[in-house]
Design a protein around this ligand. Sequence first.
Ligand SMILES: [Zn+2]
Length: 140
Amino acid sequence: MRRTLGLQVDLKSRWHDGAVRVGAAAERVGVAAHVLRHWEDEGVVVPDRTPAGHRVYSDEHLHRLEIVRSCQRVGLSLSQIRLVLHRDAQGRDDVIAQHLEHLRRQRAELDAAEAFLTHVLTCEHDLMSRCERCSAYPGA
Ligand SMILES: [Zn+2]
């Protein structure tokens, strides 16, 4: 067991500075290791391999993983992110334009929902159904 650990450390130290294995990379980005393997399968971030076949993530890979997380936070799917990562990827601008449109629609819906609830809070009707404004909310 001790011998195995020593071997792993040795393999790691022979790799370039800052490079980490999949477990450490996953921890740093805040996802499970299987998520990074999935991202690799999808071609989003493909790590290098040691001669023994272990995944190694360089600083550049780690930076890309953080970018992927940022893209996920704005609601992009993995297949969209794969396009967005590369400026020259075909269809990239369309993906971004469509998602911007999607976000703007969501914002309009959230603004309407906020205005509706803000009104309901101060509505003077005893029943919402008796209020013209309460009844005017889309979907009501
Ligand atoms: Zn009202």
